[in-house]
Design a protein around this ligand. Structure first.
Ligand SMILES: [Zn+2]
Length: 69
């Protein structure tokens, strides 16, 4: 299974440009993470039983994770 890594700028709600909170980089790549884990189920976090998009800083690797976009 090959996944291409697309590095680009992203905009979140209200046109806010995504910017790394650590190094101020504005280029990110994304990955999908399945949030349906035993831990989440145990906590009855039904809203978390779905996939989420992670925005990974292209410079330092810090992961920005939004629950809803
Ligand atoms: Zn960064």
């Amino acid at each position: 299974m090959s996944k291409e890594k697309v590095v680009k700028e992203y905009f979140i709600k209200k046109g806010l440009k995504l910017k790394c909170v650590i190094c101020k980089e504005t280029l990110f790549w994304t990955r999908e993470t399945l949030m349906n884990t035993k831990g989440m189920s145990f906590l009855n976090l039904d809203w978390a039983n779905k996939s989420a998009t992670n925005y990974v800083c292209n410079n330092c690797g810090y992961v920005h994770w939004f629950l809803e976009i």
